[in-house]
Design a protein around this ligand. Structure first.
Ligand SMILES: [Zn+2]
Length: 163
C-alpha cells in the first residue's frame, strides 16, 4: 500500500490492513501462512512536525535456535516515526529524541516496507522457545529398525547367495 506520508500525517489519516508474512521477503519464516494485522495513524505534534504511529499485531513462526523446531513469536509492536523530508533532515534530528524513530517520508511511501523493517527489528535475533518441546522418541524407532529384518530383504539375500 502506498500513501503520501506527509499528507497522511497532516490530515491525521488512519489506515489498517494485514500482510501475509510470505510477502515480507527479508523475513525467514517457517509458517508461510502467518498474517500480521497493522494499523497506521498520522498526526502532527505541537510544533507541526508530521508523525506516523504504527502498530503491528499477530504471530509469526521462526526456527528455534535451540531445538530447530518452529517457535511461535507473538508480535505486538508499537512504533512512532517522525517524517523527515530528506536523508539530510533525518540525520539532523537530535539523537536525544528517542521517543520516536525518524524515517524519510515520501509522496509514495511504502507502508509494507516500513512494516517489514520494523518487524525484522522487533523480532529476536536468536528466536528460542521458553521451554523447548520434548524431542521425538527416536531411540525406540532405531532399536526396532535394527532388530527387525524385512522378510523380503532376507529373501533377496538368500537368492543372491544361491546364484
Ligand atoms: Zn526450541
Amino acid at each position: 500500500m502506498m500513501i503520501d506520508a506527509f499528507e497522511f500525517a497532516r490530515g491525521s489519516q488512519e489506515a489498517s490492513g494485514s500482510v501475509e508474512v510470505r510477502d515480507l521477503r527479508r523475513l525467514e519464516v517457517v509458517e508461510r501462512g502467518d498474517r500480521l494485522e497493522w494499523e497506521l495513524a498520522g498526526s502532527t505534534d505541537e510544533r507541526g512536525r508530521p508523525f506516523l504511529d504504527l502498530q503491528v499485531r499477530g504471530a509469526v513462526h521462526l526456527v528455534c535456535q535451540r531445538c530447530l523446531q518452529p517457535v511461535r513469536i507473538e508480535t505486538d509492536l508499537v512504533a512512532r516515526f517522525l517524517l523527515a523530508a530528506s536523508e539530510a533532515e533525518a540525520d539532523a534530528v537530535p539523537l536525544e529524541e528517542d521517543a520516536f524513530d525518524v524515517v524519510v517520508g515520501a509522496r509514495e511511501f511504502d507502508v509494507e516496507g516500513l512494516i517489514e523493517d520494523e518487524v525484522i527489528l522487533w523480532l529476536p535475533l536468536v528466536p528460542k522457545h521458553e521451554r523447548c518441546p520434548e524431542p521425538l522418541p527416536s531411540t525406540e524407532d532405531t532399536t526396532l529398525g535394527e532388530g527387525k529384518v524385512s522378510p523380503f530383504a532376507a529373501l533377496g539375500k538368500m537368492k543372491k547367495e544361491r546364484s
